[in-house]
Ligand binder design. Structure first.
Ligand SMILES: Cc1cc2nc3c(=O)[nH]c(=O)nc-3n(C[C@H](O)[C@H](O)[C@H](O)COP(=O)(O)OP(=O)(O)OC[C@H]3O[C@@H](n4cnc5c(N)ncnc54)[C@H](O)[C@@H]3O)c2cc1C
Length: 328
């Protein structure tokens, strides 16, 4: 913090993007403070530590040849940021006033404080949309075969040569389902209507696989199984008939909600789905001194390693920006 009481850098969010930004900012002597967020349920479960708090094995983050549990990995990220002096506050940022268009910016916290910051890094992530089934989160958190990310979890041994289901009907659902056809004995796409929203080319890519099948006009009533998913209970939207589909995994692919609602009135620019728009392939937003990193600004890749890379970029961009203004 500078002598005026204004923070040099405030980082909002404590997933891979936020902690990586903190490591870089702290090592650059910017004395960062991270607002880690408070647990919430809307639009889905959100925890300090981010989305990886909801998963068991992370096998695709470099540096962990044996894999690592999501919560353990996030604990290590936090420890590393703290080692270089990062300060941590267990609150949300509820409102931002970026109207000074330069600095300092004004942030309001869930604890009722008002803080000033020259640079702000937004790393609030995105929440996977879930179906809201009774047993869904229990089996997702325990590694019981329910997931919201096929690229993350599809290659796990537990899913090899087993029947799997993807719920959804858009391009993401097709992409996830096509990816899973490499590992699964059969991949069912469960869709509530009689046609998919996905583009024709994505549909054809999936349908061309010999182990691909779409189950039309079906909604999922629940997932069944004690420790592992055993089957899904489905209902036909036309006849009302209920049935069970035996699967070893259910992948929910009905979209993500970026955590940008609290930023709506700030003058930041967003894409149609609410992700923050970045400028010139950097972490700079359309507002001076405000940077964004990770899933909150990335509707495409949404991986821990890409989020961490963007966190590094944001801290470096913030440092350069502060330096150019003589604020570092
Ligand atoms: C079930 C599941 C399994 C996954 N498995 C893998 C995997 O194996 N490998 C992989 O690479 N990726 C995986 N992913 C994707 C990965 O988790 C994300 O890409 C990554 O976590 C994004 O990091 P992030 O820092 O951008 O945001 P997030 O991890 O979403 O973190 C955002 C943080 O911001 C905080 N926050 C939100 N709003 C506020 C606010 N207003 N004020 C303060 N804080 C706020 C939240 O509390 C949260 O801590 C998985 C995702 C899911 C859902």
């Amino acid at each position: 913090m500078s002598e005026s009481g204004t923070e040099k850098v405030v980082i909002i969010g404590s997933g891979p993007a936020g902690w990586t930004a903190a490591v870089y900012a702290a090592r650059a002597n910017l004395d960062p403070v991270v607002y880690v967020g408070v647990p919430k349920q809307d639009p889905g479960p959100v925890l300090p530590g981010g989305q990886l708090m909801l998963t068991t094995d992370v096998e695709n983050y470099p540096g962990f040849p044996e894999g690592v549990s999501g919560p353990e990995m996030m604990m290590k990220f936090e420890e590393q940021a703290k080692r270089f002096g990062t300060r941590v506050v267990g609150e949300d940022i509820t409102r931002c006033d970026f109207s000074s268009d330069g600095s300092p910016h004004t942030l309001h916290t869930s604890g009722g404080k008002v803080i000033k910051a020259h640079a702000v890094i937004i790393a609030t992530g995105a929440t996977a949309n879930w179906l809201g089934l009774e047993n869904e989160m229990r089996l997702a958190r325990s590694g019981g075969g329910v997931s919201a990310c096929a690229v993350c979890d599809g290659a796990l041994p537990v899913f090899r040569d087993k029947p799997l289901a993807v719920v959804g009907g858009g391009d993401t659902a097709m992409e996830e389902a096509t990816y899973l056809t490499k590992f699964a004995s059969r991949v069912y796409v469960i869709h509530r209507r009689d046609q998919l929203r996905a583009s024709k080319v994505m549909q054809e890519r999936f349908m061309s696989k010999p182990n691909a099948e779409v189950l039309w006009n079906k909604v999922v009533l629940d997932v069944l199984g004690d420790e592992k998913i055993r089957a899904m209970r489905l209902q036909d939207t036309v006849t009302g008939e209920e049935s069970e589909l035996e699967v070893a995994g259910m992948f929910v692919a009905i979209g993500h909600t970026p955590a940008t609602k609290f930023l709506r009135e700030t003058g930041l620019e967003f894409d149609d789905a609410g992700y923050i728009d970045l400028k010139d392939r950097s972490s700079r937003t359309t507002i001076e001194g405000v940077f964004a990193a990770g899933d909150v600004a990335d509707a495409k890749y949404r991986q821990a390693v890409t989020a961490a890379g963007m966190g590094c970029q944001a801290a470096m961009d913030a440092e350069h920006w502060l330096g150019a203004k003589g604020l570092n």
